[in-house]
Every structure is written in C-alpha cells, then in structure tokens.
Design a protein. Structure first.
Length: 137
C-alpha cells in the first residue's frame, strides 16, 4: 500500500530542480551568445577596416573609411561600437604599392546583467596594399 503523504512531491521536486538548473544554464547560453556576437563583430571589424584602408584614395580618407567599416561591422552584429577600439598602423609607407596595413580591434565586452565583469576580445588583420596600385594620395 502506498503512503499518501508523498503523493505529488515528485512534481514539486521536478519544478524546483528544473528551475534551479535552467536559470544558470539559460544565463550561460545568453553569455555565450553575447560573447560570440562580440567576437564575430571584432573579427569582421578588423578585417573590413583593413580592406577599406588599403583600397582608399588617400590616408585621411582611408582612416575615415576604416572607422566607418568597423562601425558597420559592429552594427551588423547588434553590438555597440566601443570608441577607441580600432588601431591602424602601416608597414612601410602608408598606401604605397607593396606595403601593408595592420588593423587591430581590441576591447572588453561586459557580460549581460554583470556590467562590472568584462572579457577581453581582440582581433588583428594584416592587409597587403596592391602591388599595382597607382599613386599614393
């Protein structure tokens, strides 16, 4: 014969343990998704800003194009562009045929609901300037 005092307790235990496990697992999934978007945005921003810089007509226009490309890359992934994250340097004379452009995007992404917890994210890209480029602006 079964004891009627235990009747229905399995449902309560399932709900309590289910909630206790699902909240951390859900938050972990949210954090991983947030970091994944930040990493892809950072990688895309470094690559596209280098390409924009290497194909621009002159150095001032190249810097503006690189910054615009980085901002667009972050916007494509619904991540706010962190001011000052993009650094650009030239290997050799800027935009001279055969030289290269090195861009690096480095910043710290904060986790959802934990603004004080920051994870460093960075990406570096080297883009060669075309050997057959005509004139440096």
């Amino acid at each position: 014969m079964s004891d009627r005092r235990d009747r229905g307790s399995a449902l309560v235990e399932f709900i309590v343990f289910g909630v206790a496990l699902m909240i951390p697992v859900g938050y972990l999934g949210l954090c991983v998704g947030h970091l994944h978007a930040a990493a892809y945005a950072t990688s895309l921003a470094a690559r596209e800003s280098a390409r924009s810089f290497a194909t621009a007509a002159g150095v001032p226009a190249a810097r503006a194009a690189a910054l615009a490309s980085a901002r667009i890359a972050f916007a494509d992934h619904d991540v706010d562009y962190p001011e000052g994250a993009l650094s650009i340097r030239c290997v050799g004379p800027c935009l001279a045929p055969g030289s290269a452009v090195v861009t690096e995007v480095s910043w710290r992404v904060s986790l959802p609901w934990l603004a004080e917890t920051r994870v460093p994210v960075s990406s570096r890209h080297v883009e060669p300037v075309d050997d057959f480029r005509s004139g440096v602006g």
